[in-house]
Design a protein around this ligand. Structure first.
Ligand code: ATP
Ligand code: MG
Length: 391
């Protein structure tokens, strides 16, 4: 029996004139993601994407797993395809559906007829399908209000599709449909989650990591690259730019008041990120900050760091509790890597009493003790890039 995947759109349905652009962006993403699993034809019709194997060798389980990471898709059905003829449909139901109903006590049969030339109306199809299920699955009951599972027949233009149950899709907007953003990626828990959240809203992610060798190690950098690799599975690969802050940090330590170290460092980060963003056509910066989580994430501190960037800074985790961020980190598979105990440049020379309510003029007074531009130029010149391809 031939099986296909039916991918159902989310918010995309609401798009007016540009719907096509969004759809095509998503189709490209789907084609690229299923390609490693064999030969598939990917097409769209009526707010559904069809992923059909074109030969016996295609691995539909693998393609399904890959499709679960496609932004813009809210649900995925694995379906049997058959001819649009009632006898064939009922035979397919009896043959294909029992396996999906194992462990279920109740079901509801449903039908959708987008091909209006099909001679049975939806309620008639549902009734026939319900009868077929009852005849071949012993002990199962019909429950139209709260069924354990819905058995569905869709009569579409090309064929009929029979399925039961559905997988939750990744949601959001198609990868890259919102433009490009620069993620400030540390080795922590929060920034990979922030990157995922913005990628989910259609942002193509480019990453920037700051290191401070020899205060931070080779293994700390490897950990960040591994996080980028996990994120790259959701995006179309990620470029990770790496900049060294070693000299800036040493200069800060030698010339500025300790209480301001973190804030000054974060201003350098934002300034450098702003420059990288311009070079790589990113229209926003993305960070993993969450309000009040640490001293540098108070409203006043955020105002001081924002001031060092000329483009918008997106902080999708700003209103999330740590526990909520962790939940997402587990879901997307970054948590175990994030908690590996390596140092970050933010933890080098940390002040004992960081300012939590900094005033910009006081911060600038400290900043002016250094030659800001020269140090920033020097750091910018250390940048190198690691290009991470999706697995
Ligand atoms: P995370 O868990 O993401 O490291 P955090 O709670 O440890 O965040 P901070 O260390 O204050 O918070 O960092 C706040 C944000 O600044 C991070 O979420 C990240 O976006 C950015 N950031 C921090 N350190 C680095 C770094 N070494 N390279 C790039 N960006 C960084
Ligand atoms: Mg951190």
């Amino acid at each position: 029996m031939k099986e296909v995947l039916l991918l159902k759109y989310g918010e995309l349905i609401l798009k007016g004139a540009n719907k096509n652009v969004f759809e095509n962006t998503m189709l490209r993403d789907i084609r690229r993601k299923v390609a490693p699993f064999g030969s598939f034809e990917v097409s769209k019709a009526q707010s559904t994407v069809f992923v059909e194997p074109t030969d016996e060798l295609a691995d539909i389980d693998g393609a399904l797993t890959a499709c679960l990471k496609i932004f813009g898709i809210v649900s995925i059905c694995r379906a049997a395809v058959c001819e649009k003829n009632m006898d064939t449909i009922l035979a397919t139901v009896k043959d294909y559906i029992p396996e999906y109903l194992r462990g279920c006590r109740s079901f509801k049969a449903d039908a959708r007829r987008s091909d209006k030339s099909f001679p049975y109306k939806s309620p008639q199809i549902s009734a026939e399908v319900g009868g077929a299920v009852l005849s071949c699955v012993p002990g199962i009951k019909v429950d139209v209000n709260k069924p354990d599972i819905v058995v569905m027949v869709e009569i579409r233009e090309k064929a009929a599709y029979v399925h039961a149950g559905k997988f939750k899709g990744a949601g959001g907007m198609p990868a890259g449909s919102s433009g490009r953003g620069l993620l400030l990626l540390s080795g922590g828990i929060d920034s990979p989650v922030a990157g995922y959240m913005m990628a989910k809203r259609g942002v193509e992610i480019e990453a920037l990591h700051f290191e401070s060798f020899p205060y931070t190690s080779e293994r700390a950098r490897e950990k960040v690259l591994e996080l980028a690799r996990i994120l790259a599975d959701y995006t179309s690969g990620i470029k990770v730019h790496i900049i060294s802050l070693t000299h800036i940090q040493e200069e800060l330590k030698n010339n500025c008041e300790e209480d301001y170290f973190t804030l000054l460092l974060r201003r350098y980060m934002m300034h450098l990120a702003d420059r990288v963003a311009k070079q790589y056509n990113c229209r926003a910066l993305i960070t993993g900050e969450s309000l009040a989580q640490v001293a540098s994430q108070t409203m006043q501190a955020i105002a001081v760091t924002d001031n060092a960037s000329s483009i918008p800074v997106f902080r999708p985790a700003i209103g999330l509790d740590k526990e909520e961020i962790i939940q997402t980190a587990r879901k997307i598979g970054t948590f175990d890597t994030s908690i590996l105990p390596f140092e970050d440049c933010c933890t080098v020379f940390t002040p004992r009493h960081p300012r939590t309510k900094p005033e910009l003029d006081k911060v600038l007074e400290q900043e002016n003790k250094l030659n800001f531009k020269e140090l920033a130029d020097e750091a910018f010149a250390t940048m190198y890039t690691v290009d991470i391809k999706p697995e």
